[in-house]
Design a protein around this ligand. Structure first.
Ligand code: UDX
Length: 442
């Protein structure tokens, strides 16, 4: 059992704190946002992550987990402190490290005994050295410390499962003894541990996310070509996936990637490459393909409707993916703006992301259900593959629409069945099923 502090109570910080507490450690989560801490102390968890609220409640009740704004209180008995603050995209894609700096400075000024500082936030290569330099300079008097990089590999919507069943634990440090201490913390998870230096650990995170994003843009590029050649990209992906060197995962063609990680991390890696004189041609292509994938949905709708002006278009799903309320870089939200810019009247429904959506796009009409979105719509665009959209009464949907146009942005519907129901159905590169038309440029 160890005593741990976690700086930052966002999605990574809360999952990290709650899961380490659930393993029997004593954890104090810190945030400078007093409102957030007060809300957590009232038992309100500000993010939607399946199972997290219950896990926090259990561990607070067991006395293993607490929340505070006070670094001194949090660090008092801690031997390890995790930095889990946000690193949003800054100017031209560079990671904004102001919160990491603030956390490092406060830790330096507050610590009164040796500490292991663990960077869990996704930070540019070299940040570990930068954090060490900040702490050295800001300490009122020298106190021993070590910095360890321990990148997170959590997916929103399955973060608890991913934390407790990691494919690997990556630890980077210039101090092997410190890395070993952090390794001990992860032993109950039973995963392979990679021990390396700080920069290599930081790069493993970026390279992993950039590769996953590359797979997505790759299959979306293949989808564009399939569209022109009449091949079904779903079957192409399946045929590829049986190759053990390729594997079946992350080959779902659709509206591309969103969220708080892939867009930010690929741009940050591109920026790192550029400032160090490299030419990241592939990363640029990944970003460009992802951007075009969203625009292609608008082109398809325009092709089917003639003009988008005054048209009523319904979006099924708004969050960037199912089982989360996160709208950051969500394809649906960008597509809504693109449609509105052409005069369309856009409505949307999402099982959990409605509050955020109205704040992000006040002109978006928020519907109460998938059936409500369809009522009187000239076209429906499936943006997020929530389970509840997979078994809708599509006959009722079609009857309630002004025009039976269904664009399936995530290929969750069976083309033949949709056409038999009377829909003008467009999937993503479904080959011959798409009435011989392309999903892409008309
Ligand atoms: C990702 C990484 O998976 C995780 O390891 C990292 O720690 C954080 O970033 P996350 O962004 O939560 O996790 O979601 P993920 O499930 O990876 O999906 C990312 C995006 O890619 C979503 O918008 C999803 O819709 C899209 N996607 C995913 C595809 O378009 N096609 C696919 O085949 C898979």
């Amino acid at each position: 059992m160890k005593t741990i502090a976690v700086a930052g109570t966002g999605y990574v910080g809360l999952v990290t704190g709650a899961c380490f507490a659930d393993l029997g450690n004593t954890v104090t989560c810190i945030d400078i946002n007093k409102e957030k801490i007060d809300s957590l102390n009232r038992g309100n968890v500000p993010i939607y992550e399946p199972g997290l609220s219950e896990l926090i409640s259990q561990n607070v009740s067991a006395g293993r987990l607490r929340f505070t704004t006070g670094y001194y209180e949090a660090l008092a008995d801690a031997e390890i402190v995790f930095i889990c603050v946000g690193t949003p995209s800054g100017v031209d894609g560079e990671a904004d490290l102001r919160y990491v700096r603030m956390a490092a400075e406060t830790i330096a000024e507050t610590m009164d005994h040796p500490l292991i500082i663990v960077n869990k936030s996704t930070v540019p290569v070299g940040t570990g050295d930068w954090v060490a330099d900040i702490i050295t300079r800001r300490q009122p008097s020298p106190i021993e410390f070590s910095v360890v990089s321990c990148p997170e590999f959590l997916r929103e919507g399955s973060a608890l499962r991913d934390f407790n069943n990691p494919d690997r634990v990556v630890l980077g440090s210039q101090n092997p003894a410190a890395a070993e201490k952090v390794k001990e913390l992860h032993l109950p998870l039973g995963a392979p541990v990679i021990l390396t230096d700080l920069r290599t650990a930081e790069m493993i995170k970026y390279a992993s996310n950039a590769f996953l994003a590359t797979r997505i843009s790759f299959i979306n590029e293949i989808a564009t070509i399939c569209d022109k050649l009449g091949a079904d990209v779903e079957v192409v992906a399946k045929g590829m996936g049986y190759d053990k060197r390729i594997g079946p995962h992350f080959l779902n063609a659709g509206l591309g990637y969103g969220g708080s990680c892939f867009p930010k991390d690929v741009k940050a890696l591109e920026h790192m490459a550029l400032v160090h004189g490299s030419h990241p041609a592939l990363l640029r292509a990944v970003i460009e393909i992802n951007r075009d994938t969203r625009r292609r949905a608008v082109i398809t709708l325009r092709g089917l409707l003639g003009s988008l002006s005054e048209r009523r278009i319904g979006l099924l799903g708004l969050a960037f993916k199912p089982n989360t309320d996160d709208l950051r870089e969500a394809p649906a939200m960008e597509i809504a703006h693109l449609l509105q810019n052409e005069g369309a009247m856009v409505s949307g429904y999402d099982p959990v992301a409605m509050v955020g959506a109205s704040r992000m796009n006040p002109q978006l009409r928020l519907a109460e259900s998938a059936y409500d979105v369809a009522e009187g719509a000239d076209a429906l665009l499936l943006c997020t593959e929530w389970n509840e959209f997979k078994q809708l009464d599509m006959g009722r949907i079609k009857t309630s629409m002004a025009k039976p146009i269904l664009v399936d942005g995530r290929n969750i519907y069976e083309p033949t069945r949709m056409q038999e129901l009377g829909f003008v159905y467009r999937g993503i590169a479904r080959g011959m099923y798409n009435n011989g038309h392309s999903m892409g440029l008309m």
